[in-house]
Design a binder for this molecule. Structure first.
Ligand SMILES: [Cu+2]
Length: 215
């Protein structure tokens, strides 16, 4: 009887890992411990290729109040993104990034076609009219990712058990931070990540009512 017990337990564990997925709570902080928003944390399984299924509906990156919202948008490869302009003024959205080059000449409202992001990488967005407008689309080859909020927390849910490569990217960090983590079936584990942010190179927004001629 005693001999069968470990086998029984092993089977239970195997069933458990197939049925359950864990979550990884990534806490992103600067060296002083302050929370860092707009970091993208992703987990790539090391022992099996992740199943990647882009969302059926396009993801939206708005132009509102002459800013992109959100500033950072992580998506899985194959995702289509629309760029609705909610402002009364026209915008001209473009990217010259290697992962996706595109150009949406001056428009109001919604552009006719979404843009397909079919290569992993970081895509830096700009507006030809408003120099201060900047945003990023982070195209990932794994479906397990999250962006950190104002509390610095990126919660990655439904992660299959096993070894993963955790990567953390931020617009103000030159190199993506990488570490290996193991997800233990159901349950939550926390990873604390310290990021040293570089200089904020964003163009300062022009004062309101400056009469730029573009309004
Ligand atoms: Cu603009």
């Amino acid at each position: 009887m005693h001999r069968t017990r470990p086998i029984f337990l092993l089977i239970l564990l195997a069933l458990d890992s197939a049925a359950n997925a864990g979550e990884i709570r990534v806490e992103v902080r600067d060296p002083k411990g302050a929370p860092v928003a707009d970091a993208v944390a992703s987990l790539t399984p090391l022992d099996a290729a992740p199943a990647v299924q882009p969302p059926a509906e396009p993801v939206a990156v708005l132009q509102e109040g002459e800013e992109f919202r959100p500033h950072v948008t992580p998506v899985v490869v194959g995702t289509r993104v629309t760029f609705p302009n909610r402002d009364a003024v026209q915008h001209h959205v473009f990217s010259v990034s290697r992962a996706k080059k595109f150009d949406l000449p001056l428009y109001r409202g919604e552009p006719r076609e979404p843009v397909l992001f079919d290569q992993p990488g970081v895509v830096s967005l700009g507006c030809n009219i408003h120099d201060w407008m900047s945003a990023y689309i982070v195209v990932l080859a794994t479906p397990h990712f999250a962006r950190s909020g104002d509390d610095g927390v990126a919660l990655i849910i439904s992660v299959p058990p096993g070894r993963h490569r955790l990567e953390v990217w931020h617009p103000r960090v030159k190199a993506t931070l990488t570490r290996e983590v193991t997800v233990e079936g159901a349950g939550s584990a926390t990873q604390v990540i310290a990021l040293t942010l570089g200089v904020d190179r964003r163009v300062r927004r022009a004062p309101e009512a400056a009469g730029s001629g573009y309004k």
